[in-house]
Design a protein around this ligand. Structure first.
Ligand code: SF4
Length: 192
């Protein structure tokens, strides 16, 4: 519904309460002082667009976040990053907006190296770091498995569904299939 999408003014609240762990990891990784490498940026850009962040606000948000890294100057941002942000909104190239990858596709990414944050944290992070991430956003340790999980999903998607249920009691997700499933559901519920 209109008026409940992601905007700069509600970004922090939605980021903390409704982003799925993969998006929280990408944003917090960059904020913790490590430059988000290409695959991580490519993963996050369309998800923010799909969550509703308007292009002008996306430019402002990405500029602010990327310029935390002293190597990214305003000139570097204008030369390299603004094109890719506009591209995610279909404003250049083939003029088609980009869509976030499904959980299944995200789970298939190469494992991130030490200075990378792409992929699904339920698979990509060691247990201790995953628990730190979840705790940082208010969740306790979670089992990565569930006995009656659907046959067509990975255990990471089931674990993510359990986190969603823990954060949003009464929800009926068995497993998360797309990061937007989690973010949108909560935003739409808030907008009812
Ligand atoms: Fe993101 Fe999907 Fe992994 Fe959840 S299961 S953290 S939504 S990629």
């Amino acid at each position: 519904p209109e008026g409940v999408g992601l905007m700069l003014h509600n970004f922090e609240e939605i980021y903390r309460r409704s982003f799925p762990p993969c998006m929280q990891h990408l944003v917090s990784f960059q904020r913790n002082g490590t430059h988000l490498k290409n695959l991580g940026r490519t993963q996050l850009r369309p998800l923010l667009r799909e969550a509703g962040l308007p292009l002008a606000e996306a430019m402002t948000w990405w500029r602010r976040e990327l310029l935390r890294d002293i190597k990214v100057t305003q000139e570097v941002f204008d030369r390299e990053h603004s094109y890719h942000i506009q591209h995610a909104y279909g404003r250049n190239g083939k003029r088609k907006p980009a869509y976030g990858w499904s959980c299944w596709k995200t789970l298939g990414f190469p494992m991130p190296q030490a200075s990378e944050a792409h992929g699904c944290p339920f698979r990509a992070l060691p247990t201790e770091q995953l628990e730190d991430l979840l705790r940082c956003f208010g969740s306790g340790p979670v089992s990565r498995t569930k006995e009656d999980s659907p046959p067509d999903v990975a255990q990471e998607q089931v674990a993510c569904g359990l986190i969603f249920q823990e954060r949003h009691p009464g929800s009926d997700f068995e497993a998360i299939r797309h990061p937007m499933q989690m973010a949108r559901s909560k935003m739409e519920k808030d907008g009812e």
